[in-house]
Design a protein around this ligand. Structure first.
Ligand code: KDG
Ligand code: MG
Length: 412
């Protein structure tokens, strides 16, 4: 079975998505997500100019060989652009293999280890009242685990608060769960670590008082703290029994987590901006984290993320795959198939896409009682409607960035 067509499709129904579509001489098609939020066109060029010409004529069944060929023959290894491009090829080939075999991808990965995937959603509010409403509304939608983000007194806008979003979708509709802003320049947000560290424990105390001890609660510090500040936050949140504390410090400094670990038993999740097993080598081996946050989309596809998670399983570290709106329905489906088939699944992030996105990408997954399932269609279970996709051309969009009160650029 030979790959005889490869197309890179860019569409922006509610936000930008980059999708690779491979077609074989036997008429099977496969999709792969290559969306890199705010830097989408770099992956488009990498795929179109350097990868597509290499794929035509290759045996579509040789998933691992194609991965190794693309990774090693480039000579320049790793990095988000390269690994998102390779991920898209890998995911599309798994999709094709599933369709050729007449089986959902999770069956090819070893079959289901569970009946559904526990998922968490994003509750947020600029104050506790708005946050509590958002938690209740997530519970009504079925969520059994909830990420909690709030405003901080004195800061105008801060990551993760839906009601702060100024993002305008194509027809003037605000798209709440989306930090990327359409426009020629990134938005500037403000940040103050001391206010944040003082405020966050009071919010979790209020949430526990209101919602009780059972509800699994998560929080994302989004890379903003130094190691000792991160340790302080983990310690101050211990009484509120978090499911995890995410990205407490900038992820590229793996050794920082040693210091954090020495001070707190709050479980740690990290890795949404990692792209290979080598980014995790030290923190998995030294058991410095509890959850692997990588997405299939940004970590070399199903084949490579499975290797990361198999390695993590040796240390009782579980999956917590990234699933914000910038992971396309194809990337989400890939995560669900992988999550269903591995033993060390932990939790899946699940932010719902907008209605237009769901029209462009027809999907087979189910969401019931707080659990996701990828469905049983052969392959990934996602098809892309190219006519619908064609209605929404790419729109430039950037993630925001932070400045401190004195004007210094800070991690966002
Ligand atoms: O593109 C950036 C987003 O994916 C990221 O900010 C979302 O941190 C995030 C999360 O945990 O979902
Ligand atoms: Mg995050």
């Amino acid at each position: 079975m030979i790959i005889d067509r490869a197309e890179v499709i860019v569409t922006s129904p509610d936000r930008n998505f980059v999708t690779l579509k491979l077609t074989t001489d036997e008429g099977h098609t496969g999709l792969g997500d290559a969306t890199l939020n705010g830097r989408e066109l770099a992956v488009v060029a990498y795929l179109q100019d350097h990868v597509v010409p290499l794929l035509l004529g290759r045996d579509a069944h040789r998933v691992e060989d194609t991965w190794q060929f693309l990774y090693r023959s480039a000579y320049w290894r790793r990095g988000p652009v390269t690994m998102a491009a390779i991920a898209a090829v890998d995911t599309a080939l798994w999709d094709i293999k599933g369709k050729a075999a007449g089986m959902p991808v999770y069956q090819l990965l070893g079959g289901a280890c569970r009946s559904g995937l526990l998922a968490y959603g994003h509750a947020s509010g600029k104050d506790n009242e708005e946050l509590f409403d958002s938690i209740r509304s997530h519970q009504e939608q079925g969520y059994k685990a909830i990420r909690v983000q709030t405003g901080v007194p004195g800061l105008k806008s801060i990551y993760g608060i839906a009601s702060n979003a100024t993002y305008e979708a194509m027809e003037g509709v605000r798209y709440d769960h989306e930090p990327a802003q359409r426009g020629a320049l990134p938005n500037e947000e403000d940040w103050d670590t001391r206010s944040y560290l003082r405020h966050v424990p009071t919010v979790f105390e209020a949430v526990r008082n209101e919602f009780g001890p059972e509800l699994p609660l998560l929080h994302d510090a989004h890379h903003r703290l130094t190691p000792i500040q991160a340790a302080k936050l983990g310690k101050s949140l211990e009484p509120f029994d978090l499911f995890w504390l995410e990205d407490v410090s900038p992820a590229e400094n793996q050794e920082a987590l040693r210091l954090v670990r020495q001070h707190t038993t709050t479980p740690l999740a990290i890795g949404e901006i990692f792209n290979t097993v080598w980014d995790y080598q030290q923190i998995i081996r030294e058991q410095l984290i509890d959850y692997v946050r990588s997405a299939v989309t940004h970590t070399g596809g199903i084949s490579h993320l499975k290797k990361v998670l198999d390695y993590a399983s040796q240390y009782q570290i579980k999956s917590g795959m990234h699933g914000p709106t910038d992971i396309s329905p194809v990337g989400m489906a890939a995560a669900m198939h992988l999550g269903l088939s591995i033993h060390n699944f932990g939790i899946q992030e699940y932010m719902q896409h907008g209605a237009k996105t769901d029209q462009v990408f027809q999907q087979s997954f189910t969401w019931e009682g707080g659990y996701l399932h990828p469905g049983d269609r052969p392959g990934l279970g996602v098809e892309l409607d190219t006519d619908e996709a064609g209605k929404y051309p790419y729109v430039q969009a950037y993630l925001p960035y932070n400045r401190l009160a004195d004007g210094t650029v800070h991690d966002w």
